[in-house]
Write a protein that binds this ligand. Sequence first.
Ligand code: UGA
Length: 434
Amino acid sequence: MKLTIIGSGYVGLTTGACFAEVGHEVMCVDNDASKIETLRRGEIPIYEPGLADLVTQNVAADRLSFTTSTAEGVAHGDVVFIAVPTPPNPDGSVDLRFIEKVAREIAPHIDSYKVIVDKSTVPVKTGEKVAETIQRYAPDAKFDVVSNPEFLREGSAVHDLMKPDRIVFGSNSDRASALMKKVYEPFVAPLLVTDINSAELIKHAANSFLALKISYINAISEICEASGADIERVAEGIGMDSRIGQAFLNAGLGYGGSCFPKDIAAFIAISEQLGTPFTLLKEVQKINAHQLDRFIDRIRKSLWVLEEKKIAVWGLTFKPHTDDLRSSVAMELVEKLVVEGAVVTAYDPKGMDRAAALPIGSRIRFANSPEEAAVGADALVIATEWPEFEHVNFPRIRESMLSPILFDGRNLLDPTTMRKFGFDYHCIGRPKMD
Ligand code: UGA
């Protein structure tokens, strides 16, 4: 099929590449000319495992192309996906101006029947607005609007798209549904077809539920610390119930990233606008913030004064296998330490260039390896659970530090082993060893 993706960011580019991989002819559109040039040269502006190869192969096979022209894009695709950013407003609601702009821009170019698919994460009832807008600017256009929420995770986006748990789309038209089924025919996954509003709600409800699960286990981790229980065993015991499951029960510094914080705030905002405030989610947000606060308190308690303390921080990205720093709890932690006068030396396998470019970047020292970051440090903090941090030579690291205090914000390491190596080891919700 001929498909168009408007917006070649994280979701748009990965979706486009995967659609091409299964045999569709895909045109990706973006108004950022330099990004399109970069993509045409075969360079990928983000780090996502497997994506670069997929893009290169499909460009070479003539199944994937890039343009800055919306007119060209709309002419190409029978199905046009909108995958533009939906950033938050200061009050947590969603700024839908890019969605509205795309709806307005594509309208005059619709000269045959098109399915316009919203893939961006949007509040419920946005599809209705998109349809209204296109209708207003092109009263004779023949089209249907569909909502097709995306469930990919950064770091495993290609896998999640190629082998999804489920495919959901919301459509109020049989003609559009038939075309959407054809789009997804090559993907072997359960398909759920709903009305548009339900599909939009599924996305916010799914992300909120996952964030709720994380805050739930984080709240229990605090009770574990107060009672001497072990969060790892508790999570295991809860997760063995197949109705609950083990996934997303890893206690730590809390959730971050470009999705959960934004989507939860957006869901709260839309629920309030609808007159049905979803207050449970405010507690989820509170627990998430509290988890970092009490971790920093623990660092303060150990080091007494943070000013002038040399603190090594391993991990800056919001989770491993990405270079994304957006709403990263690790970056929030670094910023708080720096503001209190600590001298932070950070190491991250993929996130350092982006971190250096941020305003706080000039106040962080960057190391070339985890070992280098730890040299002379008063304390070491693990803020993101990159697997490579498990495989360093800890006895040597201990020797190189000024004082061997280790704060493991992601429960990456084994407490018994770390104690054996001579570390004063702190973690989340696991019993003290001394
Ligand atoms: C999330 C969802 O998992 C995807 O299904 C969804 O499509 C995506 O948002 C989106 O809306 O686009 P993502 O933000 O890439 O994906 O990352 P996750 O793997 O969900 O992790 C989010 C945050 O939760 C990370 O900061 C991670 O460290 C944290 N987390 C995750 C925990 O603290 N504990 C856990 O057990 C799991």
